[in-house]
Write a protein that binds this ligand. Structure first.
Ligand code: 9YT
Length: 140
């Protein structure tokens, strides 16, 4: 069994701040925990806009605080985000996250992040080389 508390992750290598200052993410579970997914609490800071495109991962996100919007750049749809909203990127959608108030997001990735990733200039993480799963197929 694994038990971790948010306070214990602060200041460790599981506590990641984006280079652009838009978000901070605490990675409770990573690939080497052996769960088959990774599990994060990410805060997207008020007033920021972040471009994201996870070419190699599927992600589900559940907002538990704050307010903002999600723009699906593939469909053009804009979705309000607030406490109680879940979205799942089941099609590697390119998207923008805009926060009006700090948004607390609980996130799950498959394949799991290893912990070394930062968003590249293309808004994606690199592929997970050791994870053999059809869901990792890329969309360029
Ligand atoms: C909201 C969102 O997409 N969070 C992703 C996780 C975070 N960017 C991280 O831990 O790198």
């Amino acid at each position: 069994m694994i038990v971790r508390r948010l306070a214990e992750t602060i200041g460790t290598d599981r506590d990641i701040r984006a280079d652009n200052g838009n978000w901070v993410s605490r990675r409770f579970l990573l690939a080497d925990d052996g769960m088959g997914f990774s599990f994060h609490e990410t805060t997207i800071f008020a007033g920021t806009e972040t471009y994201i495109h996870y070419r190699h991962h599927l992600e589900a996100v559940y907002c538990v605080g704050g307010e903002g919007e999600l723009e699906d750049l593939d469909s053009g749809e804009i979705h309000p985000i607030a406490d109680g909203t879940m979205y799942a990127l089941n099609g590697h959608e390119r998207h923008l996250l805009r926060a009006k108030a700090d948004m607390r997001m609980i996130c799950v990735f498959t394949p799991p992040l290893t912990g070394r990733e930062d968003h590249g200039p293309d808004g994606a993480y690199p592929p997970a080389p050791d994870f053999d799963d059809a869901t990792t197929e890329t969309k360029q």
